[in-house]
Write a protein that binds this ligand. Structure first.
Ligand code: PLP
Length: 428
């Protein structure tokens, strides 16, 4: 029996499903999850000592790879100074300043400990600032596991949703409208019906929870216009895309494509913590003044702005803002995506792929899908066979067809070449 098998057996005795977050259990692809013993740059090593090229990077945060010396040094120094105080520290200001310099749509940020907490707080802030309850989300976008966000579409174009999880009361979903991603018609209809009641629209600008699907420019343009016209706040969930698809995040990318584009509230996580529990939400001073202790929207956290997490996040942001960082990361990610497409073409396999910065997605579909329904047309059995063949060959891709992939600065051209060689065999 392998160490992975015996650890999984042991884990299942004491942890539901053997994991602390469901996707880790490999249920979508089958087989035994790999228990990771350590990370080294672009690699993870499992309990059996097998090394993998890591394309999940902790689902986004590890943009510098594992064990980057500047990050480790900053964390070690912070640890010796104290683990948590429950009182303000200078490092929180430094991290806030660093984020605000790179994200001009925000004048203030509040630091929290997880993406779930940040989106939950952003929705509460939007509701508190507008005095409205209803909000829109899109099918296939994931914003953490807050009750009101664990909702799927009802029947019809613009109807209220139903909980996707047991334990979420129908009543909690009654203010959540779930629409199809990239569907301008549904958006128009929802705003025509509910515009004056809408507190906000929350959206992943490049959705990383239905693999990798970009919001189209017409969709994002119309979304911004409709929000502005109705007084609803546009909340960009950049937990995954923030400081990952580019130094100015996805909102910087869309501002290049849509003149004057900016969100009202932005949510960050993952990269800003560099692998430690840290997330944030930010907006203009005018919106942020509604938060306690200034305003009536309550939000708090014992470990918010934790001194070790902020040290880790700061060291990470300081590395990624060095000149040329994103150019090199984007080029390497593109090389992977173009290489995979070429290999698939060679093997006659239907395939499409896309990337932005250090985030990518690939589909066993002839064309890039535009929404969740199209993503789920992927041949699951074929994806699962591909996933396992790659894993056996030492390439760790996301263990579900609806997840995005991530490249780090530690990945070399040789890693990409080894990945393409493995894919050539796996797709055969
Ligand atoms: C876009 C997005 N928002 C929110 C979250 C929730 O973040 P966390 O897992 O840190 O709670 C995730 C997690 O993957 C995410 O991808």
């Amino acid at each position: 029996m392998s160490q992975n098998d015996s650890l999984f057996e042991r884990a299942q005795r004491v942890i539901p499903g053997g994991v602390n977050s469901p996707v880790r259990a490999f249920r979508a692809v089958g087989g035994t999850p790999r228990f990771i013993a350590r990370g080294e740059g672009a690699y993870m090593v499992d309990a059996d000592g097998k090394r993998y090229i890591d394309y999940i990077g902790s689902w986004g945060p590890m943009i510098l790879g594992h064990g980057h010396p500047a990050v480790i040094e900053a964390v070690q120094r912070a640890v010796t100074e104290g683990l948590s105080f429950g009182a303000p520290t200078e490092r929180e200001i430094e991290l806030a300043e660093e984020i605000l310099q790179l994200v001009p749509s925000c004048e203030q940020v509040r630091l929290v400990s997880s993406g779930t907490e940040a989106t939950m707080s952003a929705i509460r802030l939007a509701r508190g600032a507008t005095g409205r309850n209803t909000f829109i989300k899109f099918e296939g976008c994931y914003h953490g596991h807050t009750d009101a966000l664990l909702v799927k579409a009802g029947s019809g174009l613009a109807t209220f949703g139903h909980p996707t999880s047991a334990g979420v009361p129908e009543a909690t979903a009654q203010h959540t409208l779930v629409l199809e991603y990239n569907n301008v018609e549904a958006l128009e209809e929802a705003f025509a019906l509910y515009g004056p009641e809408l507190a906000c629209v929350i959206v992943e600008p490049i959705a990383g929870n239905m693999n990798f699907v970009r919001a189209s420019v017409p969709f994002m343009t119309r979304l911004r216009e409709l929000c502005t016209a109705s007084g609803a706040l546009l909340v960009l969930d950049e937990v995954m895309t923030g400081f990952r698809v580019g130094l100015r995040s996805a909102q910087g990318h869309y501002a290049d494509l849509i003149p004057g584009f900016k969100p009202d509230i932005s949510v960050f996580g993952k990269v800003i913590g560099g692998g430690m529990p840290l997330a944030a939400f930010g907006a203009s001073r005018d919106i942020m003044k509604h938060l306690a202790p200034l305003g009536g929207v309550y939000q708090a956290g014992t470990l918010s702005g934790n001194p070790v997490a902020t040290a880790c996040g700061l060291a990470t942001l300081r590395e990624i803002r060095k000149p040329g960082f994103f150019e090199a990361l984007s080029a390497r990610t593109r090389r992977l995506v173009e290489g995979l497409s070429a290999v698939a073409r060679e093997q006659g396999v239907p395939f499409s792929a896309d990337s932005q910065g250090g985030m990518f997605g690939f589909f066993l579909l002839p064309e890039l899908p535009q929404n969740y329904t199209e993503v789920m047309r992927t041949d699951k059995e074929r994806f699962n066979r591909f996933f396992h063949a790659m894993l056996d060959a030492g390439v760790y891709l996301a263990p579900a067809l609806y997840e995005a992939g991530f490249v780090s600065a530690a990945h070399t051209d040789a890693d990409i070449d080894a990945t393409l060689a493995a894919a050539r065999t796996a797709l055969r």
